[in-house]
Design a protein around this ligand. Structure first.
Ligand code: CP
Ligand code: NVA
Length: 304
């Protein structure tokens, strides 16, 4: 039975292996029923979701609005140019007020701490729609895409080539629970957050998978089943563009890099994409699953 979760969804770190597998199973089932069988089901009738976006979004906003509506609920988009949050009203007061209007809040924030304030001060569940630290909805969609593609996740190796921030952090909090190994290549100075990495190593030990970091993209990609990257300039880092473009030289995913991967390699990117991190030959190739991955944002947000 699908309903709004009765718990916060700020990071997949808080979800056990069984819970992550169950979320993916239900998302796959919803996709099959709604898309393949054209069934309709409205368990969220009469319920509302507030969607706070401090930053731009195409996928998170549209997947959530359409996903909530498909389940019969009412999505209420709240942008910082329309509501008082951050200008005339604190996160604490906003959380208390929204708790009286909606049944759940999804928020995309600059600082992860704002999500924690919304969660602790309100009385409704809070879903992370991206913070600088995590993007759990993206990780769920990525693993649903890999599950659809490979049928089984256990034993796969995922190579990350790019910035050590929100997307890889969420992949690291999830992969070991699904039996997936991670090899992560980041340039010096752009490594993952040390606390997140240490948690990830602990998870890998607990679940018997490997978690390995390097500065060499070729080393990360060797024999990998999945190559993944993201923008080198995340939202809010626009002023660092030139410095970042220099630091990430040699990190563009190309067919030459993919040549060292497993013969059945595939490519993922959360989007939006810039050509510097992956060239057109890979991005528009048969191995690229980016459009399925984007669509899966909808089936996975519906279970979060
Ligand atoms: N991948 C992702 O979160 O995209 P948006 O920024 O468009 O929501
Ligand atoms: N790392 C990117 C992800 C966008 C979906 C950012 O934070 O802007």
């Amino acid at each position: 039975k699908v309903s709004f979760q009765q718990r916060h969804f700020l990071t997949l770190k808080d979800f056990s292996s069984e819970e992550v597998k169950s979320l993916l199973w239900v998302a796959a089932d919803l996709k099959y029923r709604f898309k393949d069988r054209n069934e309709r089901y409205t368990p969220l009738a009469g319920r509302s979701a507030g969607l706070i976006f401090e930053k731009r979004s195409t996928r998170t906003r549209v997947s959530t609005e359409t996903g909530v509506a498909l389940l019969g609920g009412h999505p209420c988009f709240l942008s910082p140019s329309d509501i008082h949050l951050g200008v005339n009203e604190s996160s604490k007061d906003t959380a208390k007020v929204l708790s009286g209007f909606v049944d759940i809040v999804l928020a995309r924030v600059y600082r992860h701490n704002n999500l924690e304030v919304l969660a602790s001060e309100g009385s409704i569940p809070v879903v992370n729609g991206l913070s600088e630290l995590y993007h759990p909805l993206q990780a769920l969609a990525d693993f649903l895409t890999l599950r659809d593609h490979f049928k089984s996740l256990k034993g796969l190796t995922l190579a990350w080539v790019g910035d050590g921030n929100n997307i890889i952090h969420s992949l690291m909090m999830t992969a070991p629970k699904l039996g997936v190994n991670i090899r992560c290549a980041t340039p010096k100075g752009y490594e993952c957050d040390p606390t997140v990495y240490s948690d990830a190593v602990g998870l890998a030990e607990q679940h018997g998978t490997t978690m390995y970091c390097t500065t060499d993209p070729m080393d990360a990609c060797k024999d990998a089943d999945v190559l993944v990257t993201d923008t080198w300039i995340s939202m809010g880092q626009e002023e660092e563009k030139n410095e970042r473009l220099r630091a990430f030289q040699g990190y563009q995913i190309t067919k030459k890099m993919a040549a060292v991967a497993s013969p059945d390699w595939c490519f993922l990117h959360c989007l939006p994409r810039k050509p510097e991190e992956v060239d057109d030959e890979v991005f528009y190739s048969r191995q690229s699953l980016v459009w399925q991955e984007a669509e899966n944002r909808k089936w996975t947000v519906m279970v979060s």
